[in-house]
Design a protein around this ligand. Structure first.
Ligand code: ZN
Length: 276
C-alpha cells in the first residue's frame, strides 16, 4: 500500500487517516523504528498492512518532528515561480538557482519558529524526498528516484541573507528552526498529479501566498536531473523547490512573535508553526 511516513519523538510512524501506527510494531520488528532507516527502506513500506491492527495513537494529538530528520543534504531553489521572481524584482533564472539549507535548521510540522531578526520571512514550498540515490538522472527517470513529497517552509532571515555581497542565502535560510517540514512524507503513488497541487501560506489566518506546483519554472524532474549532473543525490536528500509570490519582503510584512504560519499543499497536509 501507499504510505504516509512520519516521525514521532524520533520513531518512525505510518499515518493512516486519523491515526498513526508505530512502524516497528506494525512491521513485527522488521524495522527498528529509526526514521532514517524507514526512509532508506521505503520500498518495503508499501508492503506493510495496517488494516488488521489497532493504531497506537491519534494524529490530532501527535507532535510530529521533521519526517526526514537527518538528510545528508537539503537543497533549495530560489526564484522558481515567475510571480515570485517578479516581486523580488529579479530576472528569471536561465538555470536553477540553488542554495543550501543546512540540515540543522529542520523542524517539525507544529514546532515553534524562533525568530532572531525583524526581517524573518515565510516561503511555502513543495519538498521532494529522494528515495533512490543516483547520478546523471534523466528527467524521464527522475520520478523513479523520488520516495515521496512533503510540505516545507523555507523561513528566511532577509537581513542576514543580504548582509553580505554577494548575498549568502545559505546562512540566512539556516537559522535553527528555519526549516519546518512535514507532517509526513507522502508516497508518490498517493499523488495523482504532482505538477498540479495547490500550495498556500496563511499568516494569522490571512492568505498571503496562493500558487500551484504547475507554476514551477524548473519542475521536479528538471531539478533532479540538473542537481544529479553535478553531484550524487543520496537517499533522504531534500529539495525545497521554491516559493510562489506573496512573501513578506514584497509587502514589508515580516514575521513577528506570536504570528501563526499555516502552510498547506493539496494532498500532502499542513504545517502550523508559531513564531516566538
Ligand atoms: Zn525558498
Amino acid at each position: 500500500m501507499a504510505f504516509r511516513l512520519g516521525n514521532l519523538d524520533g520513531r518512525a510512524v505510518l499515518i493512516d487517516g486519523e491515526n498513526w501506527h508505530d512502524l516497528a510494531a506494525a512491521s513485527n520488528g522488521s524495522f527498528s523504528g529509526d526514521p532514517m532507516e524507514a526512509v532508506h527502506r521505503h520500498a518495503e513500506l508499501h508492503t506493510i498492512q495496517l488494516n488488521s491492527r489497532s493504531p497506537e495513537g491519534a494524529v490530532a494529538s501527535a507532535v510530529f518532528g521533521p519526517p526526514v530528520p537527518c538528510p545528508r543534504s537539503v537543497f533549495a531553489i530560489g526564484l522558481n515561480y515567475a510571480g515570485h521572481a517578479g516581486e523580488a524584482d529579479m530576472d528569471l533564472p536561465e538555470s536553477p538557482l540553488v542554495f543550501t539549507k543546512f540540515p540543522s535548521c529542520l523542524a517539525g510540522a507544529t514546532d515553534n519558529v524562533e525568530l532572531n531578526s525583524d526581517f524573518a520571512d515565510y516561503e511555502a514550498e513543495l519538498v521532494v524526498v529522494i528515495g533512490t540515490a543516483g547520478r546523471s538522472i534523466s528527467p524521464n527517470n527522475a520520478w523513479n528516484h523520488v520516495m515521496g513529497l512533503t510540505v516545507g517552509q523555507d523561513i528566511s532571515d532577509r537581513a542576514l541573507q543580504f548582509a553580505a555581497k554577494p548575498p549568502h542565502f545559505d546562512l540566512g535560510k539556516s537559522r535553527d528552526t528555519y526549516g519546518p517540514c512535514g507532517p509526513a512524507v507522502v508516497s508518490t503513488d498517493l499523488i495523482a498529479e504532482p505538477s498540479d497541487l495547490r500550495i498556500t501560506c496563511d499568516i494569522n489566518g490571512e492568505r498571503r501566498q496562493s500558487g500551484n506546483t504547475g507554476q514551477l519554472i524548473f519542475d521536479v524532474p528538471t531539478l533532479i536531473s540538473y542537481l544529479s549532473e553535478i553531484l550524487t543525490l543520496e537517499v533522504g536528500d531534500l529539495i525545497f523547490t521554491g516559493t510562489p509570490a506573496g512573501i513578506g519582503a514584497s509587502s514589508g510584512e515580516f514575521l513577528a512573535a506570536g504570528d501563526v504560519i499555516e502552510t498547506s499543499i493539496e494532498g500532502l497536509g499542513k504545517l502550523r508553526n508559531v513564531c516566538i
